[in-house]
Write a protein that binds this ligand. Structure first.
Ligand code: NI
Length: 135
């Protein structure tokens, strides 16, 4: 019997979407406002879900305090109030789209989650746009 448990989190961050190897016109055509050279910010909403079996002793799939602390140390401390392009090493050569941010968050958390559990990341970049990555 598998149960999915989820924790919500939030961070603000700035980014710019562009490719160094494209000229301005091509970046403008593909990334539009997100190519603003002065960066812009988003209020990211994050839902981290872990799916596994219930521990018969505790009744937990995973201690949510542990998950909360993991999100704090791996995601919030690294990304909250940061410029993703400049201050977060994973995006030095990777466009910080919602898709790529979700994959980076998944990779950072995956190594701390028990191997027999599934991990899913849902990341809202705006209230209407969100992406899902589960490996
Ligand atoms: Ni943006």
């Amino acid at each position: 019997m598998k149960v999915k448990v989820s924790r919500k989190a939030h961070f603000n961050a700035a980014h710019r979407l562009y490719r160094k190897d494209w000229d301005h016109a091509q970046n403008e055509a593909i990334f539009g406002l997100c190519n603003n050279p002065h960066f812009h910010g988003h209020n990211y909403e994050l839902i981290v879900s872990v799916t596994g079996t219930i521990d018969p002793e505790t009744g937990y799939v995973m201690d949510m305090k542990v998950l909360k602390d993991l999100i704090k140390s791996e995601v919030e401390d690294a990304m909250d109030h940061k410029n993703l392009n400049i201050e977060v090493p994973e995006f030095e050569n990777l466009n910080p789209t919602a898709e790529n941010i979700a994959v980076v968050i998944w990779q950072k958390l995956r190594k701390h989650i028990a191997k027999d559990m599934d991990l899913e990341i849902v990341l809202y970049e705006t209230p209407r746009n969100f992406v899902t990555f589960s490996g």
